[in-house]
Design a protein. Structure first.
Length: 391
């Protein structure tokens, strides 16, 4: 089965294909942009472009043997490294490295069968030291079939976050500094600020921005089983990122992972605005006392509610959480919310999000944040809110 076509990003494609045609494409590239915006699909396209025997300034030909293999993610010189759950130890370094390679192959197999995946995952995934060793070994053997070999490294910021091992990063840094003549590296990151500065300084970066909402909607209708109404809602919430939109679509009878986070973050904003302090503490105690990294996406979802409350006070037609528009407008009125104070609230959430990347207690982090949000957002004189509705 072929990958779905690369959607949008026309300017970035033209820049890259033009540079490749002039033989000026840097050998170590960093694609960055919002989560779910299409960085993996773009990186795979870039790999295809570099392997294509007939590439032009317009891009890969899509028909040569290299292209056909790359489009099925089966090209022997296209190596895709993704964050993985660490397999249990097998007792020796060699066997652990093999287990990681097996896990990588299995993951790519899954993605071949189901390439369109939500950008959010609850699993603790990392790029482990053994993976960096495997990659270095692979890079030293040279291309098997094409004139070049291409290494795609997804979520490159995970190279330090999981193992906290500078060794893993160093193995890769040596390669990035002096890539072998026939070798290209394409790193991707939604959080380039978390990358090692040495990785940033050794790569040429290219930003991918969100697509227009209508384009996301059309893509979902064409490439997923979603009903038009579901696709419309998901596109609106996606910030122009197809991978995010997919996370808002239903997953069988369940909510998609981002839809779950949206509902969970709604309960946070509702409790932050509640006149009863005990609601905030009870909410914070719902969380485990460790593992704050999982909160980062939740806090990202909370930011959207603050933006929507701000829209509710000034331009309700810009509300993204459509199904909660009535609640947002009513609450903003009843609680006397003001855009300036909501902007301050947004700063508080972003600070908490930065803290969540470190080793903090999620209960304390949330209890503190909800209390601060309440103090910042709600002027003392406002009346109690009415009954709570959607979503
Ligand atoms: Zn081709």
């Amino acid at each position: 089965m072929n990958l779905h076509p690369l959607e949008g990003h026309r300017e970035a494609r033209a820049a890259v294909a033009g540079a490749a045609a002039r033989r000026r494409l840097p050998q170590a590239l960093l694609l960055h942009g919002p989560s779910g915006v299409g960085k993996q699909r773009f990186a795979l396209w870039l790999g295809q472009l570099l392997l294509c025997a007939e590439a032009t300034a317009d891009g890969p030909c899509d028909t040569c043997q290299d292209c056909r293999l790359a489009l099925r993610v089966e090209h022997p010189d296209l190596h895709w490294y993704l964050p993985l759950r660490k397999p249990p130890s097998k007792g020796s370094r060699e066997r652990d490295d093999e287990a990681l390679e097996d896990a990588r192959t299995a993951r790519i197999e899954e993605l071949r069968a189901q390439p369109l995946q939500p950008s959010h995952s609850d699993e603790p995934l990392g790029i482990h030291l053994g993976t960096a060793r495997n990659l270095r070994r692979r890079a030293s053997t040279g291309p098997a079939m094409a004139a070049r070999q291409v290494f795609l490294i997804a979520n490159a910021e995970e190279l330090v976050a999981q193992d906290a091992s500078p060794e893993a990063a160093n193995a890769l840094l040596k390669l990035l500094e002096e890539p072998p003549g026939h070798t290209w590296f394409v790193l991707t990151s939604a959080e380039p600020g978390r990358l090692l500065s040495t990785i940033r300084s050794r790569t040429s970066s290219l930003h991918l921005s969100g697509l227009p909402e209508e384009q996301v909607f059309r893509f979902l209708v064409e490439h997923t089983n979603a009903a038009e109404s579901e696709a419309r809602k998901a596109a609106r919430l996606s910030s122009g990122a197809i991978g995010r939109a997919v996370g808002f679509l239903p997953d069988g009878d369940d909510d998609g992972p981002l839809e779950e986070l949206r509902k969970e973050s709604f309960r946070l904003i509702r409790d932050a605005l509640s006149p009863r302090g005990r609601d905030r503490f009870a909410r914070a105690l719902d969380y485990r006392p460790s593992g704050a990294r999982g909160l980062r996406e939740l806090l990202g979802a909370l930011e959207l509610w603050l933006r929507d409350l701000s829209a509710a006070t000034t331009a309700p037609d810009r509300i993204l959480n459509h199904d909660a528009a009535d609640w947002l407008v009513r609450t903003a009125g009843e609680r006397g919310l003001h855009p300036t104070r909501l902007a301050q609230g947004l700063d508080l959430v972003q600070e908490a999000r930065a803290q969540a990347a470190g080793n903090v207690n999620p209960q304390l982090l949330l209890a503190g944040l909800l209390m601060e949000l309440h103090r910042t957002l709600v002027p003392k004189s406002s009346t109690a809110p009415g009954p709570v509705g959607a979503p």
